[in-house]
Design a protein around this ligand. Structure first.
Ligand SMILES: Cc1cc2nc3c(=O)[nH]c(=O)nc-3n(C[C@H](O)[C@H](O)[C@H](O)COP(=O)(O)OP(=O)(O)OC[C@H]3O[C@@H](n4cnc5c(N)ncnc54)[C@H](O)[C@@H]3O)c2cc1C
Length: 399
């Protein structure tokens, strides 16, 4: 440890510094640990805060298989069965889509993001991983340098400088990784879906199957987030705030849109309005910095692909690092191209589904022509085995 003036400083060295301890960063860390590659994770928040963040709830089959192949299946995604049924309730009429039917039983698992994160943290620490929470003022000195230096201030006030071979920018859309790149290094492709959702968390049992309500009253959805917790989405006018939605109005609208007498059995614990937006930043690397997960793109939530894309990219990156330490950089060179191919595939799927469930309901946004197109799309999905098969493949992450 050295002292500069009154500030204490520790200089360290490792192979990979991971910035951000969400699903992307923690998966990178676990996989590198299994490869015996040195890695330090810097997470801005406390462990408790990270472990409580409730967001996504679907882990696609591809990701389940990935954790199994790395010997982490039971520890990370074990115990979350899903019968593969998805329910559309269109004008109150139920239409069940059996994803398992066309993927030979290979369906996603209903695993809440916070549980996945808790388990990834536990697995990493049990196996001797180096996770550092409450890392403040993280900065990357020069991502294009041969050995970039990542600095941060630890909770005890000591400043650390870690020199490394590679940096994994896993710190989400508002992190420091992408922001530290020079202007013009990346190109952003943003898209505003022109739709807002009120997102609601409640201490309420999950529905029998993930439930999507389509009707003239607007879109709504009900998903499980564990045995006693549910997330609801309610389409609302862009510009609304959570104050426009007192609990009574939420319960009333959910009952109407989902055609359920009492859709929220317990207390509402959280509500927030957000605009559905998507963005992709290309390329997904600059020098020694590789962006993973939300740091590189945001996908609108319809289709449940944001977290799954983060898990996919974490594995592509880990394999590329494995080859790099053996002198082969081809995986690092193709990282961006490989990841962007899946990112755009998932963006298309999410946009396709977003359009279908919104346009088919309230036609005040898209108009009566598009309403009829969306209804035709929904009818085809629920009546054609081939259409249902293509949908199921995407949901399972197999396409
Ligand atoms: C309300 C909501 C619902 C969602 N629903 C779904 C869904 O149903 N299905 C789905 O697949 N996806 C969903 N998503 C998206 C999903 O949650 C994200 O795609 C996923 O969390 C991406 O993981 P990540 O690790 O890339 O980023 P994040 O989970 O955002 O993790 C980034 C981490 O970096 C840390 N960090 C940020 N800045 C810094 C810094 N300067 N220094 C150090 N650390 C930093 C953050 O604290 C955080 O822990 C939803 C998102 C939201 C907000």
């Amino acid at each position: 440890m050295t002292g500069i003036g009154r500030e204490r400083m520790v200089r360290e060295s490792t192979t990979v510094v991971v910035i951000g301890g969400g699903p992307a960063g923690l998966t990178v860390a676990n996989l590198l640990l299994r490869l015996g590659i040195g890695c330090v994770v810097l997470e801005r928040q406390s462990r408790a805060r990270v472990e409580q963040r409730q967001r996504a709830g679907i882990v696609e089959h591809r990701a389940v298989r990935m954790f199994e192949e790395w010997g982490l299946g039971e520890r990370v995604v074990g115990g979350f069965p899903h019968d593969g049924l998805l329910e559309f309730r269109v004008d109150g009429e139920s239409r069940l889509l059996d994803e398992a039917d066309s993927t030979e039983g290979l369906t996603a698992r209903l695993c809440p993001q916070q549980i996945l994160v808790q388990r990834l943290i536990a697995a990493c620490l049990e196996d001797g991983g180096d996770l550092r929470f409450e890392a403040a003022d993280v900065a990357i000195d020069d991502p294009a340098a041969d050995r970039p230096v990542v600095s941060y201030r630890a909770a005890d006030g000591v400043r650390h400088e870690i020199s490394c071979e590679l940096v994994a920018g896993c710190d989400g859309d508002h992190g420091v990784s992408r922001a530290s790149l020079p202007d013009g290094a990346l190109t952003a492709y943003p898209f505003d879906h022109g739709i807002a959702w009120l997102t609601v968390l409640a201490d309420s049992p999950p529905p029998r199957h993930p439930l999507l309500g389509v009707s003239e009253h607007g879109f709504a959805a009900h998903f499980g987030r564990g045995p006693h917790s549910s997330r609801y989405y309610v389409q609302c006018p862009p510009g609304d705030s959570a104050d426009d939605w007192p609990d009574e109005r939420i319960r009333e609208q959910l009952a109407l849109r989902l055609s359920v007498a009492e859709p929220v059995a317990g207390p509402i614990t959280e509500k927030e309005v957000f605009q559905l937006r998507s963005v992709v930043h290309e390329p997904m690397h600059h020098g020694r910095l590789h962006l993973v997960g939300d740091a590189a793109h945001i996908i609108a939530p319809m289709g449940g692909k944001g977290m799954n894309l983060a898990l996919y990219e974490a594995e592509v990156f880990a394999r590329a690092v494995r080859d790099h330490v053996h002198g082969d950089d081809s995986g690092l060179r193709s990282y961006s191209e490989v990841c962007l191919q899946r990112a755009w595939n998932y963006q298309e799927f999410s946009r396709w589904m977003t359009e279908m469930v919104h346009d088919a309901g309230d036609d005040s946004l898209a108009g009566p022509f598009r309403r009829r197109l969306a209804r035709a799309r929904l009818d085809r999905l629920c009546s054609s085995r081939a259409a249902a098969g293509a949908f199921a493949e995407l949901m399972a992450g197999l396409a």
